[in-house]
Structure formats: C-alpha cells, structure tokens
Design a protein around this ligand. Structure first.
Ligand code: PMP
Ligand code: GLU
Length: 401
C-alpha cells in the first residue's frame, strides 16, 4: 500500500526508544511461548507501594477525575518542595515545580522550553537513550563527551572542556547513571559548575535514581558543590524508579520560576496536566518516605554482588562496579569478531541479537547508549531469573568461536 501521507522531517533524525523496543520484543516472544529472560527495560520488579495504590483508588472513588491545574495539584507540588527542603536544604516555591507525565516528559518540556536550533547540548556518553532524541526534537544538537571505563565512568574535566564550544547552551548530568550506575565525583561536578558559571550554561541534573545508591549515602549533587548556580540548574526527578511507579507516569522538575512557567505553557498546549489519579498516588508515595526505596536498594545490592561475582568468573568480561541504579554494563568487546556458526559478533547489536536468539536473554546493546563495547543488563528482576540468566550467558559466550 502506498503511503500517501508524508511525515515530518524531524522524524528522520530520531529512532524509537531502543530500551522500550527490546522490552516489547521480549514480551512478544514470551507471549508466543518462548522462555525469554528479560534483562532489558529499566523498571523495578517490585509492585507499587500499597499506600500509593490505595490513594489512586480513593481518588477514583472520590471523583477526583477531572482536569487538574496545568503544573500539577498544589498539594503534590508543596510536598515536593518540602521533600527537597528536608532532604537537601534547598528552598523552592511551588511555582518552581512542574509535575509532568513521567520524568521523560519533564525533560521533553525542559528542552522545548530552553533550546533553540543551533544550540549544542552536552551529553555524557554512555547516556540514557532518550537524551539525544529529546534534544534533537527541540531542534538543538547533542554533543557527546565520552566517559571512560578507566575512570569508572566519571567525567574527566579535560574531556568536558574539549567538547564545549561557543554554541554550548547546557549539559545533562545523570548520577547515578543509566546505563553505567556510576556516580559523578565532586571533582567532576566542580568542573561542570566552573564551565556553567563561566559560560552561562544550564545544567540539567537528572536525579531519577537518587534514592538507589549502594553506599547508603546520597551522591554529590551539582547544587551541593555549587549552590550559587541555583538559577542555572534544572532538576529532573519522579516516582517511576523510587516508588516502582513506571506505569503511573508521574515525573517532576524543579528550577527557576520563568523556566517552569515556560514549561507550563508547553504542557498547557500539549498534555494539559498529568493524570489526576496518578498525581494522588504519587502524593501518597512521597508522603510514605524513603523506606520503600531503601528496601529495594537492599535487594538490588544483593543482586548486584551476585552478578559481579558471576562476571568476574567469566573469561573476557569486564565490569565496573555500579554505585547506584539497577543496571550493569559489562564490557563484552573481547568477544567481538568471534563467530557463532556463520554469524559474526561484530559489535553490541550483534551480541544482543545473538543473546536473544540463541540464549533467550533480552539485553540492550551498548550502541543504544553511545558505547558499543558494552551490553546493558537491568537487574530489576528476581534472583532466580538472574541465576538462570547468568548460566545462559556463560554458555552463550563460551560457544563463540
Ligand atoms: N532519566 C533516566 C536516566 C531514566 O532512566 C528514566 C527511565 N525511563 C527517566 C529519566 C524517565 O523515567 P520516567 O519517564 O519513567 O519517569
Ligand atoms: N529508563 C528505562 C530504561 O532505560 C525505561 C525505558 C525508557 O524509558 O527508556 O530502560
């Protein structure tokens, strides 16, 4: 059938989210009866906390089912303000908070509100798959500053300087990081702060994994090292990861009032507001405190220790220890160039395909995160699945000739 409707030019510049695409493929294979083990998508395997579910049900029973204010309900924004005051000692007003349809959408609103064609936005690579696409959809250009495994994926200030230009408008930092789990050091954040101060950059701090840190301590934050930059920092967060609420779609952003107002203008003309019911559930989740995230973190730490032990005993597999989040990003490049029958494993895409087709293991190729040497495994899955998965991985790698 001929396609009579032509699509907008911008579509040729982005791809569908690879993490969501692998997840969909793994689920489709499972539905067909294949025993696929899903290490692809990053979403906690825990159920949403009871208090949040109850609040969502109550919202429906109470008829809280109409449009809400564009930036989100006042109670939720006030609670977010209190949370940041209590946890970090930073003062925001409710006008400096926007609730959006997930964290991804908050970032989308930010990019639409701040970036122009011709602007460059620095992204540290490996990066979360949606950063480049969201920057491109705003007409701006992503510029990648590589992080190296030798520095445990921390940012080298010299690399940062090398990738900055007259056109740089800002930088996205994500600590703990998806996909590496790395936390940016104080020194790295100081280097970012220095450049931001000198050149007037905006710093987007994606803190979506900030409650999942294995040391038990909060990672250093750009606003800890540079409180003077509060007018140049946009914070992105949400309940998806901290409260296992990925499907509820509630994220939030904090930042200078005029940027949040601009984001609200965009939200008013796009989604109007996030779901009223989900906002009530998110409010209850935040009010329930950090206990739930701490419980998940304990479980994730145990799984991580197991995985790292397994990788250490597999020939040619190198893996930096993540400091947070729930991903491992082993370097499998020692296997690139090897073969399985006629199939040559020439990079991470071929490796992930091989693992899916031959070992029924769904993973995300490092190429999707801008780093082909690696393959991402999400360990937001049970110990039984991890054990079976590692046995299959060991066998599949050993079969490569
Ligand atoms: N930032 C990062 C680094 C992520 O991994 C995710 C997960 N999708 C998000 C933001 C946004 O999460 P969500 O849209 O599910 O709230
Ligand atoms: N952030 C998660 C991941 O990286 C969820 C999928 C997505 O939004 O990309 O798997």
């Amino acid at each position: 059938m001929s396609e009579k409707i032509s699509l907008a030019d911008r579509l040729s510049k982005i791809k569908p989210s690879p993490t969501l695409a692998v997840n969909a493929r793994a689920k489709a294979l499972r539905a067909e009866g294949a025993d696929v083990l899903n290490f692809s998508v990053g979403e906690p395997d825990f159920g949403t906390p009871e208090a949040a579910c109850e609040a969502g049900k109550k919202a429906i029973d109470d008829g809280f089912t109409r449009y809400t204010p564009v930036p989100g309900i006042p109670e939720l924004r006030e609670r977010i303000v209190e949370l940041y005051e209590k946890e970090h000692g930073w003062t925001y007003s409710p006008e400096q908070v926007q609730v959006s349809c997930g964290g991804k959408h908050g970032l989308y609103n930010m990019a639409q509100a701040m970036f122009n064609p011709g602007d460059e936005v620095l992204i540290l690579a490996p990066y979360w798959v949606s950063y480049p696409a969201i920057v491109i959809l705003a007409g701006a250009e992503p510029v990648f500053a590589p992080l190296s495994e030798d520095r445990n994926f921390d940012l080298d200030p010299e690399v940062l300087k090398k990738h900055a230009s007259q056109k740089t408008r800002g930088i996205i930092v994500n600590s703990p990081s998806n996909p590496t789990g790395a936390v940016l050091s104080q020194e790295a954040l100081e280097a970012v702060a220095e450049m931001a101060r000198e050149h007037g950059w905006v710093v987007i701090s994606d803190d979506i994994y900030d409650t999942i840190c294995f040391s038990g301590e909060r990672p250093p934050h750009i606003l800890d090292v540079a409180p003077d930059l509060k007018d140049q920092v946009l914070i992105l967060n949400g309940v998806s990861k901290s409260y296992a609420m990925t499907g509820w779609r509630i994220g939030y952003s904090l930042g200078p009032a005029h940027v949040i107002a601009a984001m609200n203008k965009i939200q008013s003309q796009s989604t109007s507001n996030p779901s009223s019911v989900a906002q009530m559930a998110a409010l209850a989740a935040i009010e329930s405190g950090r206990g739930f995230a701490d419980m998940m973190t304990d479980a994730f730490r145990e799984r991580l220790d197991y995985l790292l032990g397994e990788f250490a005993s597999m020939e040619g597999v190198e893996c930096v220890r993540p400091s947070g989040a729930f991903y491992v990003f082993p370097n499998l490049s020692a296997y690139y160039g090897r073969k399985a029958g006629d199939r040559v494993i020439d990079g991470s895409v071929a490796m992930s395909e091989y693992l899916l087709e031959e070992a029924l293991l769904a993973t995300v190729p490092g190429a999707a995160f801008g780093s082909d040497a690696y393959v991402r495994f999400s360990f937001a899955t049970s110990m039984d699945v991890l054990r079976e998965g590692m046995a299959r991985l060991r066998k599949a790698l050993a079969a490569l000739g």
